[in-house]
Design a protein around this ligand. Structure first.
Ligand code: MRU
Length: 352
């Protein structure tokens, strides 16, 4: 069945003694898999967006930690723990905005601490097992997000989405794209507007590729066309993913998301955010405290190998922006639809 095409995308795979990633920097032109056998290569893959999307980088970091700890020669728990922390901090330094990275690494560290009386060999094995659990859980969670979101999608909804939130960005299915896949599977006659997502074109390169494989009707547009689409009545809902949700319901997502939320509010269009619990950071009070990654200016001054700006031009390249809670209609999560008031309702659902 064509709809199952997205089930065949494995952004990350554990292959017995190494990790295989689908290197997303080559898509859509070439399908290149890359075998990662050490923690340095995993750091580089996360930094360079060979593997990307909040849940996927959490999974990748978890396996990366195993690749690092399996090389350790410590023979007592306290020096092992110090090394685990050092490798975790190194991996966490690859990208600051998506909380899934530190969430996965902390989860492994807590597991190790809870089993600190075991042998170092057993603890190393626990790191791998926990990474695999995080990976498997994400597949189930993303499926639930998709199923839970279907009720929000009209029978002929025209949905606008931003960046890539699909199977490539997660263990399977995706977050916002999981809702789209499941609505399509449920027989809804949806049409998707795919923002190209400057500067790295995750929409054009990755989301368009995923939706084409799944035979879901779509059209690619540039980011600046969203206002015109809404003004001319061509959008029924916006669904995006997120990299970090703060306790008050503000959230960070790919640069350009905030503008979409403002536009959606102006045109009275619902604005939904699909998120797993692993992206919710109740330790952060509000969006202003979420660290925003700034990336290489060349991502803006070049397209492919072509220079598109004068030499030495100054550039500002924040990779994410903050959308305030008051612009968000609801969060679509594995625990159901969370509506305002967000501080109370996020805490009720995810506080533990
Ligand atoms: O820089 P990227 O490509 O990692 O950014 C990805 C996004 O912004 C996604 O919308 C977000 O991670 C949620 S996807 C599951």
């Amino acid at each position: 069945m064509e709809e199952q095409q997205y089930n065949t995308i494995n952004a990350i795979e554990w292959r017995g003694d190494h990790v295989r990633i689908l290197d997303q920097t080559f898509l859509p032109g070439r399908t290149v898999f890359s075998d990662i056998r050490d923690v340095g290569r995993m750091w580089e893959a996360i930094k360079k967006l060979r593997v990307r999307g909040a849940p996927a980088i959490g999974i990748a970091a978890a396996y990366g930690l195993y690749l690092g700890v399996r090389e350790l020669h410590e023979n007592n728990y306290s020096s092992f723990e110090i090394e685990v922390k050092r490798i975790s901090e190194y991996l966490n330094s690859a990208r600051p905005t998506a909380v899934n990275l530190s969430w996965a690494l902390h989860r492994i560290q807590s597991t190790l601490h809870a089993h600190r009386n075991e042998s170092i060999a057993e603890l190393k094995n626990r790191v791998l097992k926990t990474a695999q659990t995080i990976h498997d859980e994400d597949k189930r969670v993303c499926k639930s997000i998709g199923i839970n979101g279907v009720e929000l999608v009209g029978k002929k909804a025209r949905i606008l989405t931003h960046c890539n939130t699909g199977a490539l960005a997660t263990g399977q299915y995706g977050t916002a794209l999981s809702v789209i896949y499941h609505a399509h599977e449920a027989g809804k006659k949806i049409h998707v507007w795919v923002d190209e997502t400057r500067p790295l074109l995750q929409g054009a390169r990755l989301t368009a590729w995923e939706l084409q494989r799944a035979n879901i009707p779509m059209k690619l547009v540039t980011d600046s066309m969203a206002g015109h689409l809404m003004y001319t009545g061509k959008v029924d809902m916006v669904i995006v993913g997120t990299d970090r949700v703060a306790a008050n319901g503000d959230m960070a997502n790919k640069i350009g998301t905030y503008s979409l939320a403002v536009l959606a509010r102006h045109h009275n269009i619902p604005f939904y955010v699909a998120t797993p619990a692993s992206t919710i950071d109740l330790q952060i009070a509000h969006g202003g405290d979420i660290p925003i990654e700034e990336r290489d200016p060349r991502e803006i001054t070049t397209i492919g190998s072509s220079e598109i700006a004068p030499p030495k031009v100054e550039v500002y390249n924040p990779a994410f922006d903050i959308t305030p809670a008051e612009l968000i209609t609801a969060y679509i999560t594995e625990k159901g639809i969370i509506r305002p008031a967000f501080p109370e309702n996020l805490k009720k659902a995810f506080g533990s």
